[in-house]
Design a protein. Structure first.
Length: 210
């Protein structure tokens, strides 16, 4: 078996070469990661079959973050409230590779099951920190929705209650989203995600898969 870290929405392989396993889904003949974790490639059981690629879940609760986020840390956050000039979010995990935090990507077993009371850190994303261009034209509700999981970077330690984050940059933005119909969504472009079931598009600032 071989493994590598992946984020939701990241293209893992083609269905022509691999069989999709747990933690993945298929979109336009590509196998994409459905969850954050480590991709695993299992050898084909026989010569007539294909290897399986999956992103397994670890059956443990989310670990508490033992170190503080710092300026420059990359973080995964869940949007909890959207207002006209800013949004609020909860930090799920620090993903900065230089961080001393020991939390593993596989320890995030279900974003929807984690309550805000279980999370140590809250953060704010201001409208002017969402992207690098046309900041005065940004409508936050067209960039992010409540429940979205976003990749961001910490730009300020803020006050005693909140960190300040930014999603300015191609690598930052939505990595997991649910459509208005309640289905998982997949990236369609840097500014749109599509319902994986109905194909209907919704506006988002999408993180470029790493």
């Amino acid at each position: 078996m071989t493994s590598s870290p992946v984020v939701p929405g990241q293209i893992l392989a083609s269905t022509s070469s691999y069989i999709p396993g747990p933690g993945t889904h298929v979109y336009e003949n590509n196998i994409l990661a459905s969850i954050l974790g480590q991709s695993l490639i299992s050898p084909a059981p026989n010569k007539s079959s294909k290897p399986t690629i999956s992103v397994p879940r670890r059956a443990t609760a989310i670990a508490s973050i033992s170190s503080l986020p710092r300026v420059g840390s990359a973080v995964l956050c869940r949007v909890t409230r959207v207002r006209q000039r800013e949004l609020s979010a909860s930090i799920l995990s620090i993903i900065d590779p230089s961080s001393s935090v020991s939390i593993s990507a596989n320890e995030i077993i279900s974003y929807s099951q984690v309550t805000d009371d279980e999370l140590q850190f809250q953060c704010i994303l201001r409208r002017e920190d969402i992207r690098t261009h046309e900041k005065d034209k940004i409508v936050i509700n067209e960039m992010y929705r409540v429940g979205d999981i976003i990749r961001a970077t910490v730009i300020s330690l803020g006050d005693e209650r909140n960190y300040y984050i930014s999603t300015a940059g191609n690598e930052f933005g939505v990595v997991v989203a649910t459509s208005e119909a309640g289905n998982a969504m997949v990236p369609a472009s840097w500014k749109e995600m599509k319902d994986a079931v109905t194909g209907k598009g919704e506006s988002r600032k999408v993180a470029k898969p790493s």
